[in-house]
Write a protein that binds this ligand. Sequence first.
Ligand code: NDP
Length: 336
Amino acid sequence: NRQILLDNRPQGEASAANFKLVATETPPLADGQVLVRHHYLSLDPYMRGRMNDSKSYAASQPLGEVMIGGTVGEVAESRHPDYAPGDAVVGMGGWQEYSVVDAGQPGVLRKVDTRRVPLSAYLGAVGMPGVTAYYGLVRIIDPKPGQTVTVTAASGAVGSAYAALAKARGCRVVGIAGGPEKCRYAEQELGFDVCIDYKAHDGDVRSLAKALKDACPDGIDGHFENVGGWILDAVMLRANAFSRIAVCGLIAGYDGQPLPMANPALILINRMRIEGFIVSEHMDVWPPALKELGELVATGKLRPRESVAEGIEAAPQAFLGMLKGRNFGKQLVKLI
Ligand code: NDP
């Protein structure tokens, strides 16, 4: 069983030297345990925060242990009555090829149906990132049909689910993403009405705000923030009175970059509501969200793209690349 451990903590930017590849034997199963053979590992931006030991909403990743991470795979061996070899399961197996799971503990392992939804989608659109989009859109932004909603990191795992959910609610959906290829894909495949390439504006807040004005002639009623910094400043300039911003991620600052807000007076002037959230703290929303997202994928209304790295040894570089936008859609590692 090959595993990737967190070997040491990043000083500033994360690097491949923070990780270590090791090989171990999987221990024999005790009663109630299941051996899962992982097919895909999910790489997610939140893992960058876990690599630090600073205080946060989630415990930091202990050094010398297998990196935390969502996994999908199949039961290889079972000593639990509810699981049989061959069952497709989703869990938090971490950056390794196999995991031994106490299957009786609530929430650690879930059987999934792969007849209408592909296995890997349970790590993306029909998994944590999809539910994240749902929570921010439905619970915080709560848009009315015809309203305009926006999202940053638009072509990614969260952004793509957001577009499908917002379209299903009759919204105008405008994305912001890096590069013409991602923007073309967002408009042609994900259903965005317009996707703006922030890289074409090169840090110029006024210029991006002008592009947003053209794309959102009635202003912005709800915004889902994944990035922070100057891009958020531009969105704030176009936000309507009583608009809502769901603060989901601030990836532009994950390596420690400062992210000042240029004009907080806009919050007052526009009577805005800005609310941060952590999806794992809202378990009540998972069942309705997964149901709707599963239907969207099964019926082809949401066709999310995946970036797939091959082999556990490729996980660190794929993860670091994702933090820099080198992924195109949900970043996965294929293990077998
Ligand atoms: P993505 O698939 O969207 O990948 C991350 C993307 O972020 C990159 O592809 C890149 O897209 C963009 N990005 C990276 N650095 C910058 C930068 N400096 N400026 C602008 N864009 C940048 O990841 P996810 O969909 O999985 O996650 C999206 C966000 O959601 C993250 O911020 C994540 O932390 C957050 N999140 C929060 C959760 C919560 O509970 N609050 C749960 C899950 C995710 P591009 O090439 O377009 O720039």
